[in-house]
Ligand binder design. Structure first.
Ligand code: FAD
Length: 403
């Protein structure tokens, strides 16, 4: 009898964790496991704010997929171009694939909410190359300011759209990086302006208000300005337009605009034949897509309701990795003709960094700030490496400067 094919799309937290669990549970005789990913490396999406600010190198945040998969897995480096669950066909730049079990883990895309000019003129922290672009763009602006005879100080203004998790973590890194950049490019630091623009009336929604206050104070001390409750309504090549009141607008000239507000699932989902909302699929309790018993969805492409709280779980690496373990087990169950298991989320808390030496967090029923929270953040980052690649990968890529 032909062994079943398990096709996993995307080697992010969700896809790669599914595969490293499957390879331990399923032998080569039992099934063929195929992993398809755009690049031959995995990148730590949760470290992209550091790559974007230039506080770590892009290479620090990635590792070869071959270093964590074994001979049970066939890795194909290819871009998924189209998927259709009705015909069970996945078209990629390396040809067409079919499957007995499919896992969709294609991650997120930035959501621009139709705001004029954002797609064209704002940068983003979506993958390792967009993050690298942010870093190099800022450095270019700073370098050219230094060389210009007639100086345009707006080159040294950085606008960050969004005061959610990604925006705040990026601002924290910028707070550390700006003094270094000023030194590198002979720029008086008072010329630099970093402004965070947020439409919602608060920073870091969902976080404890006391911790949020701490974060805002610490970032303000690093020179970060906030414009809260003021939607960014347009981006142009020169800067951004901000709505300050009913009929009141302000235009801020800026050399760099980074959009860090809002994510949606991968747009390939929208033509896959599965119902979705903002390219996210409302999965069943065992992480399968509605109406398709052979299709699982993991990570940011999945939408899962927290029934207790009456709102969806936020898209995080933490939940993606837990879902992946459940999916690997459920594929094994289906192969054996057994019932699937319900996914139960074990919320271990959240830690938001404010640079390499400061953070806020809640975990184990306690609140943390400062160096303790920052050390905790590094433990969280190292744990993600450990869960995928064990001690070897953790020693190679981990963060060990705790204080
Ligand atoms: P990803 O990890 O993004 O992986 C998707 C994979 O699919 C990538 O390898 C990509 O290359 C591949 N891919 C995409 N399209 C294609 C295609 N067409 N063909 C082939 N391959 C493709 N979460 C936390 O829990 N804690 C944090 O502290 C945290 N901090 C964050 C900081 C930042 C700056 C950002 C941006 C996010 C942060 N998150 C955090 C959220 C977290 O990173 C995401 O929820 C998580 O990455 C989702 O995992 P995923 O597997 O769904 O997608």
């Amino acid at each position: 009898m032909k062994r079943p094919t398990i096709l996993v799309l995307g080697a992010g937290y969700g896809g790669l964790t599914t595969v490293v669990n499957l390879q331990k549970m399923v032998s080569a005789d039992e099934a063929e496991i195929i992993l398809i990913n755009k690049n031959d490396y995995h990148y730590e999406t949760t470290w992209l704010h550091e790559v974007g600010a230039g506080t770590i190198s892009p290479d620090k945040a990635r590792y070869p997929i071959s270093s964590v998969i074994n001979h049970n897995v066939r890795f194909v480096q290819a871009t998924v171009e189209n998927l259709d669950v009705n015909t069970k066909k996945v078209e990629t730049s390396a040809g067409e694939f079919t499957y007995d079990y499919l896992v969709i883990g294609l991650g997120f895309e930035g959501e621009t909410f139709g705001i004029k000019g954002l797609k064209e003129y704002a940068l983003s922290l979506t993958n390792i190359n967009t993050a690298r672009q942010v870093r190099e763009h800022i450095e270019y602006q700073f370098a050219s300011w230094s060389l210009d005879e007639v100086k345009d100080d707006s080159k040294l203004t950085i606008i960050v759209g969004g005061a959610g998790f990604t925006g705040i973590e990026f601002l924290g890194e910028l707070g550390n990086r700006i003094p270094e950049l000023c030194k590198e490019f002979d720029i008086p630091q008072e010329k630099v302006r970093v402004l965070c623009v947020e439409a919602a009336p608060m920073v870091l929604p969902g976080f404890d208000p006391q911790l949020v206050e701490y974060a805002k104070t610490q970032l303000s001390k690093k020179g970060i300005e906030f414009s809260i409750g003021t939607p960014l309504v347009e981006a142009t090549p020169e800067g951004v337009k901000i709505k300050k009141g009913e009929d009141e607008f302000e235009f801020v000239k800026a050399g760099t605009v980074v959009w860090a507000a809002g994510v949606r699932g991968n747009s390939l989902i929208e033509t896959s034949g599965i119902e979705s909302n903002r390219a996210r699929i409302a999965v069943r309790k065992d992480m399968r897509a509605p109406g398709f018993d052979d299709v699982f969805v993991v990570g940011d492409c999945a939408f899962l309701l927290n029934e207790e709280a009456g709102r969806p779980y936020p898209p995080t690496a933490q939940i993606a990795m837990q879902q992946a373990v459940n999916i690997a087990k459920n594929i094994k169950h289906l192969m054996k003709g057994e019932d699937t298991e319900t996914f139960v989320y074990d919320d271990k808390g959240a830690v938001c960094s404010l640079g390499h030496d400061d953070a806020i967090g809640n975990a184990m029923g306690r609140k943390f700030t400062g160096k303790t929270a920052s050390a905790l953040k590094k433990v969280v980052d190292d744990r993600a490496l450990f869960l995928v690649g064990g001690v070897g990968l953790t020693l190679k890529k981990g963060k060990f400067k705790f204080l």
